[in-house]
Design a protein around this ligand. Sequence first.
Ligand SMILES: *Cc1c(COP(=O)(O)O)cnc(C)c1O
Length: 455
Amino acid sequence: MDIRTINLDEIIPKTLQRKDISIPNVPEVEIVRHFINLSQKNYGVDTGIYPLGSCTMKYNPKINEIIARLPEFSQIHPLQEKNHGALEIMHRLSESLEEITGMEGFTLQPAAGAHGELVGLLIIKKYFENKNLKKGKIIIPDSAHGTNPASAKMAGFSIIELKSDENGEVPLDQLEFAMLEGDVAGIMLTNPNTLGVFDRQIKEITRIVHDNGGLCYYDGANLNPMLGICRPKDMGFDIVHLNLHKTFSTPHGGGGPGSGPIGVVNELIDFLPEPFLISTKDGIICRESNDKSIGRIKAFWGNFGVIIRAYAYILALGADGLKKVGQIAVLNANYLRVLLQQNYNLPYNRICKHEFILSDRDMANDITTEDIAKRILDYGIYAPTIYFPLIVQGALMIEPTETESKKSLDSFVEIMNKIKEEAKDNPELLKNAPYRMPVKRLDAVLAARKPVLHD
Ligand SMILES: *Cc1c(COP(=O)(O)O)cnc(C)c1O
């Protein structure tokens, strides 16, 4: 269409046309500088290490971005006639995820990890309703990600919190005791948990829950360390959600689209949301209605761009590559753990998986985790997750991921060691940090209550 030949009145009614629009009259160079300056205030995985525990801020290969943007993927609509290719890709990704987790059916529709949790819990609910069993409670260990109890509550369950033992694991006697309550629908567990440690009794845990008529839900948001090494199904789980935007290569952190697929064992496949893809000898078909299904949970098929990236990532790495991701993620975390433990308090002193937790317990001059995190920013890198999990005093949760080099890890250790020295010699320096950031210490409470959204 040639814009000069358009008759505006034919497209937009006169009443909706504006005579004046106030567009700022600024030279191009000023606009360019404004946006370049903004971009330089930003920080991302492409800038440097991003050890934000539980978030898996790994480098995302650019080729996956290029593939997701191909017009064949980005310019299609779910209602158009010829979508077989897109359906086939979704089906193949589901098959790959089945192989990775051991599960027998997947939906790719949930838009994020927490959304996947909600869907998984609704499936558990429907499963018991279908059996005419009243089960209104879910067991969640106190080391769980905060979204777990929130999702369980949203799905209408009440929560039984289990206190972790001194190794950061689920105490079996407490679990057995909790299961005796009778109306327990199951357990929601992350393994490795948010302390970064693997619960060695996992098969006992899932057995106890199953023996008492419950289901086992696996929070697989951080599947990185398990890839190719250990499968949720083999640990005894019935439902799992994955975060494609963490483990399978989609840039995240800015609140962009995510994807939290749900995988289930055979017995639960009928309860998955609709539409649901089924492979037949005539190709992939789409199940639209099924009495047992929890129904629709998202428009169309989910965030397709994230699905494409995940599929491209899995194909590029293959089974061996994925296993290496897991191994190096664990190696990198343990390398940092051993070096940092020389100068920082490590509450759970054992081999970790993808991440580990330090505490501010041994800091000189009452230096807190917040002081440490703010000072880290002055050294030009991103800080770890802080004050989570709640069961560790002043937690610093560090997840380097597999894509950091030894050089990058060493320089992180060097910065952390310098900060430890500063805490001893010049505590005021830490208490007033950061100095090099566009904004200094914020009043976090005031910022949440009365946000200033423009200047
Ligand atoms: C990130 C995360 C979630 C939530 O995922 P979102 O996509 O942010 O909703 C849940 N559980 C664990 C363990 C996580 O790390």
